[in-house]
Ligand binder design. Structure first.
Ligand code: CTP
Length: 406
């Protein structure tokens, strides 16, 4: 049994928070409701008091409650802070560290896990300011229960409706007592970032990959208990703690680094943007001349395909995940790549979108296997990484022979 602070903020979904409180109690948890002023316009504190059988916190300034600085006392007692519904205003306050009421002070004062279930109008949810606040909070480890889509109280149809009470409660249960991950004790190799192909001692051909997607995968795999090797091309973003980092520069360096290690890993995820072409580096800086400069490029070796060509698990073939950048017919092209490179899963990026892929912190992908295609909507790269690993886990548990202990 856990003590859960249920923050209720001022949205029409506040009435569903009553059902959430009831369901949390049915799971054996003790619930203390914390209501903002606006929430009390939708539902009365008395309702929550009757359900939770605890005094409802409504005010930072109630005389008597500060004898032991209540928000600090509660902050250290709770096992989890859940805010459902969480309005755009409360999201903004949490993201920016404002503490002008009990709930926002509680958020800053607690070190317990925080779960937010946003609910608001579709356009508000889609607004870049709200998206940026959500991202900042997720980057700090706050978990978000995605709102549902459908008919909203404001008469609009779209995304923004508070997630269903049973889904919110299932999410909370998973945070409080996560199911053991199939990745625990397994080994995962992730490639990340661009590769640079040297033209001469001062120039190179590169690409815009930041490495963030691969870094998010490495961090999430480590969080799930895997031993992680991260083969990273030249990036300015810092790699996550908890992974053994192997730095490489060119596609050929990356090929060598991955092929030397692939057979020792249960999973290989090729998130790097590997150059398809390279060239022989000129020994000295090429001085300019009047005419055009002609560089002859030659094909690099396809690392993903070479790992896919490893004959069997016994010969070291890992569960293999590749990425694909597509602008159209995303699933068909990804499936063709899946078969050609003998991968188990292809993460297809729709690079026609401005808010996904290179140089941004969000991504939207389709996870393509031989017989399924699952769309993962726009979210942080950390969120996408979790969805990718959720798909890898069942593949791994079906894998005939786990790699021997190393
Ligand atoms: N890849 C690789 N070695 C290369 C090139 C790419 O391992 N020399 C991997 C990438 O890390 C990625 C996947 O292959 O996982 C991308 O496949 P690719 O065939 O290069 O597809 P696209 O980049 O989508 O481009 P295209 O459609 O032009 O083939």
């Amino acid at each position: 049994m856990s003590l859960i602070a249920l923050g209720v903020t001022g949205g029409i979904g506040a009435y569903k928070a009553v059902e959430i409180a009831r369901r949390l109690q049915k799971q054996g948890h003790d619930v203390v409701a914390v209501m903002t002023d606006a929430a009390q316009r939708f539902v009365t504190p008395l309702t929550f008091e009757a359900i939770t059988r605890r005094q409802v916190v409504t005010d930072l300034w109630t005389p008597g409650t500060n004898a032991d600085i209540e928000h600090i006392a509660l902050a250290s007692q709770i096992d989890l802070l859940l805010v459902a519904p969480c309005t755009a205003n409360t999201l903004g306050k949490f993201a920016h560290g404002l503490a002008d009421d009990f709930l926002s002070s509680l958020y800053l004062a607690t070190t317990a896990p925080v779960v937010l279930a946003p609910a608001m109008n579709t356009n508000m949810f889609a607004h870049p300011a709200v998206a940026a606040n959500l991202q900042a909070l997720q980057a700090r480890g706050v978990r978000i229960v995605e709102p549902g889509s459908g008919y909203l109280a404001c008469g609009w149809i779209g995304k923004g409706r508070l997630a269903e009470p049973e889904d919110v409660v299932a999410f909370v249960q998973q945070v409080l007592a996560p199911a053991p991950s199939a990745l625990r004790g397994r080994t995962v190799l992730v490639t990340a970032g661009p590769t640079y192909e040297n033209i001469d001692p001062v120039r190179y051909i590169g690409n815009r990959s930041s490495g963030r997607m691969g870094f998010a995968l490495a961090a999430e795999a480590a969080r799930r208990g895997a031993r992680v090797t991260l083969v990273a091309g030249p990036t300015t973003v810092a790699p996550p703690a908890g992974a053994d980092v192997v730095r490489v520069r060119s596609a050929s360096d990356m090929h060598a680094a991955v092929m030397a290690r692939a057979a020792e890993h249960d999973v290989v995820i090729m998130a790097a943007a590997v150059a398809d072409y390279t060239l022989d580096q000129a020994p000295q800086k090429i001085a300019k001349s009047e005419g055009p400069l002609v560089l002859t490029l030659s094909r690099t070796r396809d690392i993903l395909a070479d790992v896919g060509a490893l004959p069997s698990r016994a010969d070291g073939r890992p569960v293999l995940v590749g990425f694909a950048a597509e602008t159209h017919d995303v699933v068909a092209h990804a499936r063709e790549k899946l078969a050609r490179k003998r991968a188990d899963l292809i993460v297809a990026n729709d690079v026609a979108r401005a808010d996904a892929g290179f140089e941004v912190e969000t991504n939207a992908v389709t996870l393509v296997s031989a017989d399924t295609a699952e769309e993962v909507g726009l979210q942080s790269k950390e969120g996408v990484a979790a969805r990718i690993l959720d798909r890898v886990e069942p593949l791994l548990s079906k894998w005939p022979a786990p790699a021997p202990a190393r």
